[in-house]
Design a protein around this ligand. Sequence first.
Ligand code: SF4
Length: 139
Amino acid sequence: MGRQILQNLSEKGNGPNLIACPTCGRLEIDMFPMVARVEEALRDVRRTINVSVMGCVVNGPGEGMHADIGIAGGRQKGILYRGGKVIASMPQEQLIAQLITELRAIAAEDARLIAAGEPLPTGLGGSDAPLHALPMAVG
Ligand code: SF4
């Protein structure tokens, strides 16, 4: 299944892009509330960054590895991707909470840079390190 871009929160190449799966019979997570929470967290993000929220482990990993940061849902656990790498596997609620924590940290950094008159980076700004300690290691 090809990439589906359901939400583009601002002009292409300027601001965050949310890539969310269109949902199908393989869906393993409660997608729409999760997307709504991510949309809200992205409201204050100003940089160009690709964020993926995918509903299963069939197509989620590909999108997650191509996005700057993203999640792929799973029946028991989902996977968090950052900078094209698997960062952690964790239960759904932790997964979405961790993604939102990261997005809020990015938004705070954007606000700081704007206030300082500094340019905004694209994506993660070259950093692969999580902005916050992860609650659970890969496993
Ligand atoms: S990511 Fe998974 S659940 Fe979402 S549309 Fe693709 S196959 Fe279906």
